[in-house]
Design a protein around this ligand. Structure first.
Ligand SMILES: Nc1nc2c(c(=O)[nH]1)N[C@H]1C(S)=C(S)[C@@H](COP(=O)(O)OP(=O)(O)OC[C@H]3O[C@@H](n4cnc5c(=O)[nH]c(N)nc54)[C@H](O)[C@@H]3O)O[C@H]1N2
Ligand SMILES: Nc1nc2c(c(=O)[nH]1)N[C@H]1C(S)=C(S)[C@@H](COP(=O)(O)OP(=O)(O)OC[C@H]3O[C@@H](n4cnc5c(=O)[nH]c(N)nc54)[C@H](O)[C@@H]3O)O[C@H]1N2
Ligand code: SF4
Ligand SMILES: [Mo]
Length: 711
């Protein structure tokens, strides 16, 4: 506890997580110990408020199970079993890792694969020294598709950049469509703005197959079938056209391909879409009327719409709507998927792709890592993957078709290094686990994909135990490599974390001193990005028709593309399954923070009462969710949130916490989206049955069926 003469200070930082809100943090440090993490009241968007997860950041940082020294494997690799490891000194671990990577790279550099995603979104700990290291080595490149490329690339082919409305202007909107997003759970600070709009009289509409907490609080909920959003968007266009709720002047001056789009949309009367989407026809007509007749209509579309086969097309169809009604003319009208394209960060300087020289390594898609690791190598694929370095990600839990991912990582001939805070499912299968610092212990610089400020994260406390920052680990690894390969002694492998922060914004107009003093700085951006058109596309217009997509062999006009797997496509699996984020976790992060895990309860599937009754399943029953890829044993929850024909597995639990050592990704597949090569997590069919086997005797204590009341 705080003594009267304790040294108390506060340190400004940034939330590192893969969340559109990128909050500004204030950490209170008492005698060198971080005691509290709060939202920065001076940062308008954060407004002094954090979500429940990051309010527990000290619990995570000082967690008794944190990995605090380098570990070397001593037992066999068995998927689903906790790995056996012994501590080793840093120098010994780094020397051995450098030797082994060097040996693999000597036979073929592309046999080495980095695997990272957004465990931290920081420019320095996420995409700087690590990239330099792998570029110098000539390792395989990683296509980082697991979250947002379907929608992101769709947006590029429509608007020319990942930019959109400024989030603060939603407060003045008169109608907000929250499309494919559970804002209360995953974009909390946007929800606060939407509530301001609601208080000012705006109408809120939620478009989501699940009756989310957000749907509960909107005026209207369109509970469509998963993967049918493009059909809905096309029917909205149909109604805008036949009722002439169009801004002809905006269309003529600022769009490309209107006649072709019109012809396509006229094939989608609401009746047809109603059938595809599983919605009442009148609900679609009413939404079109509201959208077509409300100036200052805004869409907050999110990545939930693009995790199915036609996800890219769905985003394109939705992205056409604001141009049809001229909503972009108002700063409080338009659309936002991501604001990440607004940042001027110096990625080339940080990542140094020039270190590749003439080499052009192959690219491996992270969303199909299971298949990639199980591939023996051939002329088309290239050499077998023989070494993987994982950081900022937990692929064994989060990547689709995880049984294959686990089998891949369990290969005894695969050399795996994992940089982590905890013994995740992936760390369990590593040869070396290296202790990484958390956001309270390192420097970083952050953009956001939900607002448009730059944030600086300063370390609040020294590294716990022997933890080192990701950038430090790659610097140290480069130093060990230099003994084997002199190219690794180049000066770029010695830049400090703070120097990398400065390099990220050098000559961009963002003032580092301002970041040091207040923790954040705003970008200078127009109030309404497309009020006068000026889309950064090749044509300068909003491209309804996209020649660049045509060149890729994709339909240049948006269309509805049915899911790979639809209920009924295989009589054995009549239910669609989606698996959106859990409110108390951040993907698979925080699953091991007890207070948050207790809030979340247990791995579960939500079911509609009719689907449950048909299968004699009651609320709280243990069930087996299964398809051709595997089975996941969890609890059934009948809570009114699932629609008929759709089950919802919430969140990415760790596989080892599952009753049968699996999570929802046991059931998902590795096929890819129409645009952007993304995963299809929400394009999946299953069936569910009551689980006959007795509950596992060593089941984690937090699985307590009795604690879930009946509906
Ligand atoms: N608490 C919490 N916050 C998070 C995350 C987390 O795990 N937990 N994850 C973070 C990450 S990585 C990301 S990418 C963002 C994701 O942000 P979003 O993509 O906005 O994700 P969510 O809003 O949580 O969930 C997506 C919503 O889409 C719905 N959905 C599923 N299929 C469809 C469909 O076909 N059509 C439509 N219209 N809706 C569909 C789901 O039911 C769910 O409510 O959130 C971030 N924030
Ligand atoms: N079924 C299903 N699967 C999904 C999704 C879904 O909705 N449904 N969502 C998908 C989405 S949107 C995404 S973005 C992916 C996310 O997948 P991942 O990016 O793998 O995200 P996390 O599961 O949060 O794992 C991040 C890991 O990074 C670690 N970490 C955090 N900070 C640091 C650091 O500074 N250094 C190091 N070395 N490690 C750090 C954390 O401890 C954590 O274990 O999952 C995808 N998987
Ligand atoms: S996870 Fe999102 S809402 Fe929570 S503190 Fe981080 S940025 Fe803010
Ligand atoms: Mo994501």
């Amino acid at each position: 506890m705080q003594s009267s003469n304790a040294a108390v200070r506060t340190v400004k930082g940034a939330c590192p997580h893969d969340c559109p809100d990128t909050c500004s943090l204030v950490t209170t440090v008492v005698d060198g110990v971080a005691t509290r993490v709060n939202g920065n009241p001076d940062h308008v968007f954060t407004g002094g408020v954090l979500c429940a997860k990051v309010s527990k950041y000290t619990e995570r940082t000082y967690h008794a199970e944190r990995v605090l020294q380098p570990l070397r494997r001593v037992g066999p690799k068995v998927p689903g079993e906790r790995g056996r490891f012994v501590p080793v000194p840093w120098d010994e671990a780094l020397a051995d890792i450098a030797q082994r990577l060097h040996r693999v790279a000597a036979s073929h550099p592309e046999s080495v694969l980095p695997y990272s995603y957004a465990g931290t979104m920081g420019m320095v700990q996420g995409e700087s020294m690590d990239r330099r290291f792998f570029h110098q080595l000539g390792a395989s490149l990683l296509d980082r598709t697991i979250c947002s490329t379907a929608g992101g690339e769709a947006l590029l082919h429509t608007y020319g950049a990942k930019i959109g409305m400024r989030v603060e202007h939603y407060a003045e909107s008169r109608l907000i469509l929250i499309w494919g997003s559970n804002s209360i759970g995953s974009n909390l600070h946007f929800w606060r703005i939407a509530q301001d709009a609601k208080r000012n009289g705006a109408r809120l509409v939620c478009i989501d197959p699940r009756k989310t907490e957000t749907a509960d609080k909107c005026h209207e909920h369109l509970q469509l079938l998963p993967g049918t959003d493009a059909a809905l968007a096309l029917a909205l266009m149909h109604e805008l056209i036949v009722n002439d709720w169009l801004d002809h002047d905006y269309i003529a001056r600022h769009t490309l391909g209107w006649e072709a789009l019109k012809e396509r949309a006229l094939q989608w009367p609401p009746r047809r879409a109603a059938e595809v989407c599983g919605l009442p026809e009148e609900q679609i007509r009413q939404l079109a009327r509201d959208y077509g007749t409300t100036p200052q209509a805004a869409i907050r579309v999110n990545y939930g719409v693009q995790r199915a086969r036609g996800g890219g097309n769905a985003v394109r169809a939705i992205a056409c709507l604001p141009a049809l009604v001229g909503a972009w003319r108002h700063r409080s009208g338009g659309l936002l998927l991501s604001s990440s394209g607004a940042y001027p960060f110096r990625r080339q300087a940080l990542q140094r792709p020039d270190l590749l020289g003439e080499r052009r390594p192959r690219t491996i898609n992270m969303s199909a890592i299971g298949d990639a690791l199980l591939h023996a190598g051939d002329a088309q694929f290239g050499p077998q993957v023989k070494a993987v370095v994982v950081y900022n990600s937990n692929p064994v839990a989060v990547a689709p078709e995880s049984a294959k991912v686990a089998r891949g990582f369990a290969r005894e001939d695969l050399f795996t290094v994992v940089l982590e805070h905890f013994m995740t499912d992936t760390a369990d299968l590593a040869d070396y686990v290296l202790p990484a610092t958390t956001q309270l212990e390192h420097w970083d610089i952050h953009g956001s994909y939900g607002h448009t400020d730059v944030l600086l994260n300063r370390p609040a406390i020294p590294p716990e135990g022997q933890a080192r920052s990701n950038a430090q680990i790659f610097r140290d690894l480069a130093a060990h490599m230099a003994a084997l390969d002199p190219r690794f002694s180049a000066p770029c492998f010695r830049d400090s974390d703070e120097e990398l922060c400065r390099a990220a914004i050098a000559d961009t107009g963002v003032d580092f001193d301002m970041l040091l003093s207040q923790g954040f700085a705003s970008l200078q951006l127009p109030e309404a990005p497309f009020a006068e058109g000026r889309f950064p596309t090749p044509s300068g217009k909003c491209e309804f028709i996209s020649a660049s997509l045509g060149k890729l062999g994709v339909d240049p006009l948006p269309d509805y593309i049915p899911n790979y797997e639809t209920p009924g496509s295989d009589a054995r699996y009549p239910l669609a399954m989606i698996s959106p984020p859990a409110r108390n976790f951040l993907n698979s992060t925080f699953v091991n923070v007890k207070s948050l895990r207790n809030n979340e309860g247990a791995p579960l599937v939500e079911m509609h009462p009719d689907d449950a009754a048909e299968r004699r399943i009651a609320d709280g029953d243990t069930v087996r969710v299964h398809n051709t890829r595997g089975e996941h044993v969890c609890q059934a929850r009948i809570n009114g949130r699932a629609r008929k024909g759709v089950v919802v597995g919430l969140g990415v639990w760790w596989r080892k916490d599952g009753e049968n050592g699996t999570n929802v990704n046991e059931l998902t597949h590795q096929r890819l989206t129409d645009i952007g090569r993304g995963p299809c997590f929400y394009d999946c069919v299953v069936d569910v049955e009551r689980h006959a086997a007795p509950a596992r005797t060593d089941a984690p204590a937090f699985i307590n069926p009795a604690s879930h009341p009946s509906p």
